[in-house]
Design a protein around this ligand. Sequence first.
Ligand code: SF4
Ligand code: ZN
Length: 706
Amino acid sequence: MATLFERVFKGSDEMLAEAEKALAGFNDSDPVSYPDTAYYLGCLYAFTGSKNQTVGELRKSMEWIRSQMTREKRTQDIFTSGIATACAAEVIEVCKYINNPQPYEGTLFLGNMSDADVRELGVPLVTGDIPGFVLFIGSAPSDEKAAELIRSYQRKSIYVFLVGGIVEQADRAGIALGHKNRVFPVGPTITAAAHVVSVAVRVALIFGNVTPGDYEKVREYTFDRVNAVVNAFEPVDDLTVACGAGAISLGFPVVTNDDNDMWRVPKSLIVQPDIDKFADTSVEARGIKLIMSAVDIPVAFATAFEGEIIRKGDMYLEADGSRKDCFELVRTADFDQIEDGRITVIGPEVDDIPEGTKINLGTVVEVCGKKMQPDFEPVFERKFHQWLNCIEGCMHTGQRDMIRLRLSKNCVASGFKLKHLGDVLYNQIKSDYGSVVDKCQVTIYTEPEKVTELRKTANEFYDKRDARLESLSDESAEQFYACIMCQSFSPSHVCIVTPERLGLCGAVSWLDAKATYELNENGPCRIVGKGGLIDERVGKWQDVNDIVRQLSNGALENVSLYSIMEDPMTSCGCFECICGIEPFSNGVVIVNRECVEMTPLGMTFSEMASMTGGGVQTPGFMGHGKHFIASKKFMAADGGIARIVWMPKALKDTVGEKLNKTAKELYGIDNFVEMIGDETVTDDPSVLLEWLGEKGHPVLELEPLM
Ligand code: SF4
Ligand code: ZN
């Protein structure tokens, strides 16, 4: 029987030969690329730094691939061969894209992931909402087993990639596939595994600021920070064995049920004959820390269900704040008013509600604790959305009195009641905020008159909070906060969060940072003083610089809070938006992550993002949160919001009202948003400039930026 070494080398040779065959029919000048990525062929770019934009360049890269498959120093060579095998697989895959930008169209398979998808995956990896990912290769013993296995990972909130027969098995067994469901059907054969390796190495380039071509740094990054594991079903062929060596070399253990005495490698190549134990074995082998706390409800509860959509036809009941009175409220109460753990439903429960009903729904969570502060209430309340969405069969959008919540027929048939919403909220508040919440009780109102009455009270609370938020300013705040949550992926990145500038992910406001700090002084948020004002205009303080230097381990010396030209804040990669200078108009273009259109900079979001991430300062480009756009501090030192000349229409809709208000206050301009171009106006900078002139855009009066 062949040894493990022999099989790796055989597999490498086979993949190399296949790649040569795939290239044979093309001319050197034929262009090659994957759609929607600024990282070329991700694996080859990461490992060699070469961009491979033509078949001719690919042929050169084939020489490098071959050079990695030598057999002199056996132990080392199987690993370099393994990575080279993945690169050869990437060559085979990209050949499918020559002459056909969407080779997988009309199939279940998604092929190469776009940069936007990698980023969307990167953010929850950073925050720990996704503790890791698994790649399945081959076919499970049956459709049911395939579905069971996938669900076992979903329940652990682990992101699932599928390659081979398991894709069709999952589809037949009714598993919802796609990015939203965190199950990614990559491709039909082992060569598609290259797309998964490409994701892992692009995370290193995007979030870790690893230089393309720094082979060892890429490996080090995936080894330390990307929690991935491979599950390969028997029979495992030589090609898969060779790719597996590559996976192990990147730090990803391989678990298989293909029993073979020849190839056990401690901690890295593990034989687990019982596939029901794949998930547990994998989690243990990679040391993945699971995060979701267990809550006792009749359906599953995991972040894998966050993106689940419940359509009208699948819906049992709906609470829709735009049609019926609904609200959600967290409020601080006195100690003796709360019975810890008490969940009450006032009004009809699911059993008394006929299928297809639109209900009124008011949710009141009362908390108390010696360290509880009213400032934390909105922080908890905004988490409802995420928590309730993790319930399998429950969809939630919005907040305050503009919510929508749907329960699916399956969910209700499993025995889920409205009371269980309360269980989830109670459980999550106690587990996430237990250090400030001593007691918590939840009351769910479905009685229509009661909800209508309480909605009014809730609105009084919201108004009071808004007034408090509006009164907060950078000037009046005693301190700022630094957030280093993203350092697990972007080691030198530090966000400075102020009342008027939220974190670039959009998820951490000054109040959030304050709550995070007070919940755990050694957690990701730290207090930053405002001592040693250096320059008020650009927003520089000695205290801020000191903490940035300390938290970035010396990588950053100076940061200004209000300028994108002079020492701008760094970006980790999970920014909601990027702004970049538009030289024709002397303004800036802002583009949000969801936007796929071309901008007047001649770059898409992805292309701009590739210049902005990785925790380095890039004057002229800056990542930021959506709600920073309407802030008086947005680029305040560089001319402020008057610099904004172009934004996607959807982004204008999101921030328009507040932006108009700020423009009115700062410059006395009405309807400022109508002076900002968008994709329906043009993506041509000279046309835009003319259009701005017609609109009388204030940027035309400003000094040049450069
Ligand atoms: Fe990451 Fe900054 Fe958001 Fe913190 S505030 S989670 S560091 S992007
Ligand atoms: Zn980040």
